[in-house]
Design a protein around this ligand. Structure first.
Ligand SMILES: Cc1ncc(COP(=O)(O)O)c(CN[C@@H]2CONC2=O)c1O
Length: 474
């Protein structure tokens, strides 16, 4: 039989190699069970609106008017939309070249890039150049664009934290690069030890790998830790000495649930360090409208800011961005609204402040409920979720469970998560999908289920877990 042009065997090997556990075996099994009528709580994806979180009103009002500009001509528009939403809609439409249906510049609308630069300037207290800010279809696409520029082949290594968000491992595989792991220390609340970095790099170099870049995820996914200023300084110095590009994934910068380590951007720490670091370290920072108290995952809005990249490199990144023509224009407006929200005194400010504060305070309470819930379970220990949207408990599986998993042909934490799913409908992601130390097992869940449902979910988890642990010990 003639080989088809596109068959599994003739697929690009890098496509076959890459894995993305957040929507892997557990998610597929959960979807099957849902089709069979079982109630599933999808806590595998940081997807707030899918778990009942309401969108913020003001951004939706502005984008609705931008999507349907004929409403602006309706004499009753002021009955349905506040004056500041109407004004912002007109402002954004004036930035486009023909409304939301027209392509924008491949780097995004200049007017929105300017708003992002002003946001960064206000946040950090240092200048930010709109020419060095590209808007993207979610932070994911920005990360892929930058890794695509860095990775020349399998001889190029990218330092990635373990546990890590598998966008990085999957993209590095897809691009034919080499992931160089550096392990976060769970006993130090997922702290990052620069000595571990040095060991990982030395080992990679001994295997002929050229380490080119380092990824930090701050706050961490799945681990939820917030990096301290001292930690960030150490990392930036390391990147300077080793000539590594630092990819600063800061998509959870609004999601902070403790006061000891507030979010501080890599850009600010770098600028505070002064020369030779502030003009020597190459940094690309990423942000999104998918997280924070926005949770607008489906809109696909993001940006990255480049610091200390040579102009010719920026031009090449622009050239490649042009291949995809234009980032999603309505998402660019969401991004503009996120970095420049209603201010005190604006008509919509009180409602916006009330809604966003309410979401963040609830997330902070849910982070505590979930952490305490896991720590009340047999053979489960869990660091507090300092930031981001996830809980990543360590599940101390007894030998009997490991043996049972082996007999079922499953990785131990996949085996455990499948049993959990079948028994409770709670859909999680096994820790093996994020990477973990040999012989240590975790699962990742989100802190997103509705607050009023959280106690029941944790009770259901505890009932399953404690029975599971009692059974397998026998
Ligand atoms: C650390 C990190 N970076 C980037 C992204 C991508 O965001 P965009 O939506 O802007 O592309 C995510 C999404 N988090 C995934 C999605 O839900 N659960 C997760 O772990 C993320 O967790």
């Amino acid at each position: 039989m003639a080989i088809k042009a596109l068959d599994y065997d003739t697929l690009n090997e890098n496509v076959k190699k890459c894995q993305y556990a957040v929507r892997g075996e557990l998610y597929l099994r959960a979807s099957e069970l849902q089709k069979e009528g079982k109630k599933i709580i999808f806590t595998n994806v940081g997807n707030p609106h899918a778990l009942g979180q309401k969108p913020l009103t003001f951004p939706r009002q502005v984008v609705a008017l931008c999507q349907a500009p004929f409403l602006l001509d309706d004499p009753n528009v002021g009955m349905l939309f506040p004056a500041d939403a109407i004004a912002r809609a007109k402002h954004y439409l004036s930035l486009t070249s023909g409304g939301l249906g027209a392509y924008s510049d491949s780097r995004g609308l200049p007017g929105v890039r300017k708003e992002v630069a002003e946001f960064i300037q206000r946040r950090d207290g240092y200048p930010s150049d709109p020419e060095l800010i590209f808007l993207t279809d979610g932070a994911s696409k920005g990360v892929m664009q930058i890794l695509n520029c860095v990775i020349r082949g399998d001889g190029d290594g990218i330092l990635v934290p373990v546990p890590q968000y598998p966008l990085y491992s999957a993209t590095i595989s897809l691009l034919g690069g080499t992931l160089v792991p550096y392990y976060l220390d769970e006993s130090e609340n997922w702290g990052l030890d620069v000595n571990n970095l040095r060991q990982s790099v030395a080992q990679a170099r001994s295997q002929g790998i050229t380490v080119r870049a380092m990824v930090i995820i701050n706050p961490g996914n799945p681990t939820g830790q917030c990096l301290s200023e001292a930690n960030l300084r150490e990392i930036l110095k390391y990147c300077y000495n080793e000539k590594l590009v630092l990819l600063g994934d800061e998509v959870y910068q609004q999601n902070i649930y403790q006061d000891e380590r507030p979010f501080i951007s890599s850009k600010k720490v770098l600028m505070d360090m002064g020369s030779p670091f502030s003009n020597g370290v190459q940094l690309v920072s990423f942000h999104t409208v998918s997280k924070g108290y926005w949770g607008e995952c489906g809109q696909r809005g993001g940006y990255f800011e480049m610091t200390n990249l040579p102009p010719r490199v920026v031009e090449e990144i622009y050239k490649v961005a042009s291949i995809a023509l234009s980032p999603n224009v309505s998402a660019q407006i969401f991004m503009g609204l996120m970095v420049s929200p209603p201010k005190p005194g604006d008509i919509s400010y009180d409602q916006f402040a009330r809604e966003s504060k309410g979401i963040l305070e609830s997330l902070r309470r849910r982070a505590r409920i979930m952490t305490d819930g896991f720590n009340s379970c047999k053979n489960v220990v869990c660091n507090f979720t300092e930031g981001a949207m996830y809980s990543f408990p360590q599940i101390r599986l007894p030998p009997g469970a490991i043996q049972a998993a082996k007999q079922a042909g499953k990785v131990p934490d996949v085996f455990y998560c499948l049993k959990l799913l079948e028994a409770t409908g709670i859909s999680t992601v096994p820790g093996s999908g994020f990477g973990q130390k040999e012989g240590v097992f975790h699962l990742r869940t989100t802190i997103l289920p509705a607050e009023e449902e959280m106690p029941e979910i944790m009770d259901s988890f505890k009932k399953f877990n404690d029975e599971f642990m009692s059974q397998v010990i026998r």
